[in-house]
Design a protein. Structure first.
Length: 77
């Protein structure tokens, strides 16, 4: 298997690891109660918000939450 050396060509990604308390605080702050998002989805959304990143998903319910929170990786047409 060949090794690929991208050097400094790839952007550095910021990883944020959140605990239960931070996810619940995000849920309360964003008033996401009853939006149909599961705990895993809330984790993804909270991490994106705190890290200042965006999300792309094919999951319809998660996509709606991403749009509502302005975290979409793509502009909607």
């Amino acid at each position: 298997m060949a090794e690929i050396d991208a050097g400094d060509k790839l952007p550095r990604l910021r990883h944020v690891a959140l605990g239960h308390i931070e996810v619940i605080a995000f849920l309360e702050n964003e008033q996401s109660f009853g939006a149909g998002s599961g705990y895993s989805d809330l984790h993804l959304l909270a991490e994106a918000r705190i890290a200042g990143t965006t999300r792309w998903t094919r999951d319809k319910r998660l996509h709606q939450a991403v749009l509502k929170l302005n975290l979409s990786a793509f502009a909607e047409h």
